[in-house]
Design a binder for this molecule. Sequence first.
Ligand code: GLU
Length: 490
Amino acid sequence: MSEVRVRIAPSPSGNLHVGTARTALFNYLFAKKNNGKFVLRIEDTDAERTSQEYVDNIFDSLKALGLNWDEGPDVGGNYGPYTQSERFDIYPKYIQELLDKGFAYECFCTPEELEAEKEEATANKKAYVYSKKCENLTDEEKAKLRAEGRKPAIRFNVAKAQKAFHESSILKFDDLVKGELQMDTNLIGDFVIMKSNGAPTYNYAVVIDDALMKITHVIRGEDHISNTYKQILIFEALGFEVPRFGHLGMILAPDRSKLSKRHGATAVSDFVEQGYLTEALVNFVALLGWAPSDGEEVKPVDAIAADFRIGEISSSNSIFEYDKLRWMNSHYIKMLPMDTLKEMLKPYLTRYDLTELSDEQFTKMVEITREPLTLLSDITEAVPYFFGQDVEIDPEVQTEVLDLEESQKVLNDFVEKAQTWEWTEENLHNKLEEFRGTWKEQGIKPKATMWAIRAAVSGRTRGADMVGLLEVLGKERTIHRAQKSCKVAK
Ligand code: GLU
């Protein structure tokens, strides 16, 4: 069997969407599983809708997800993507071949004429199919139209190709995901394969590229099924081997509508900016339509690749559960080695002066605040009290904790005792224990004792481990803040 070759072929009309990321991932997994090759092709034939910014975003996002492609033009020692706009000299040759073989013809219809045809179909409640008005123009007629200044588009002759390669008008193919699919090609109008300005259309360029790049399996979203029939006919008309096709179900939002920005992030780069780890995103996206054989959902991409079977992809739509992604993300954050996590958190700590902390203090701060992080960005709001001499006290914490008489007693005592404490982890642990004990004897619950101290030094009633917190704050700052919360100055 020939080498498995798959591709992801995004159009750069937006940032890389997670749906495209999933398609890319499934192609990548299929290639890995079969020792094949994964190719990136930028489909930018529609110049008006594309931009370099999006090309860069697609490039960077795929790389960030670890979905590296296996070949491409050389750019500074790395593989660049294949880009359709750089291949424009390739496409006319095959247009000529289709014209010569009678599988394509020139169409001189103006946009107004085509619009009128469409309106008529709508008025008659019929699905619009091009009238084939230009199919049999004579050379004289064409010359006359050209002399009027009209430039022809090229249309593919669907019925002719269908007749040449199939017994009836029904075109069937065996989809890798959905099983046998079929369509009556009489319902496909003769579609444009090259615009009058010479630009190839998607359905045409994709076939030429897939054929020349020797793509063996085309795995993509099910919104492309109707294109597949057109593409199969072009492959056949040019005598190219037809690849296998596999169409993935769509990704829907939790409310079952199309996933869009109003549901949350949709672009990979937005997820990353919000503090999702690309490993979590890849793992989560793999589960949209595929399930691991051992039921163990948290899996690195290599393990997923080893287990991946395309025939087991669900043919139905998948729901994008943001809650599940958040859960998975928190799991991946927990698994990060400390040094990696520290580096990854830094972009979310730019509002603080990190030079206030020694590396040891920074490590400690992360150690005691990482547990509840769901997103890397959660760190921003989790740590303000580790910075600055003073701390901002939440008004509710002031009235409900610090203003209480018992809290005041505890704090006054704390300020006095803490002066004598040696500020090491072990000692702080023991001293706090002891301190709680003495107040317990006086009828104050250990929880209330700790609350008061925490409220004074962090301005909050909840948060990082107390010993660690005091350690990072240091003796001087801890006592300073506790003292500030004492109503009667000590
Ligand atoms: N360029 C197409 C898109 O972004 C994909 C084409 C394909 O996979 O065949 O939807």
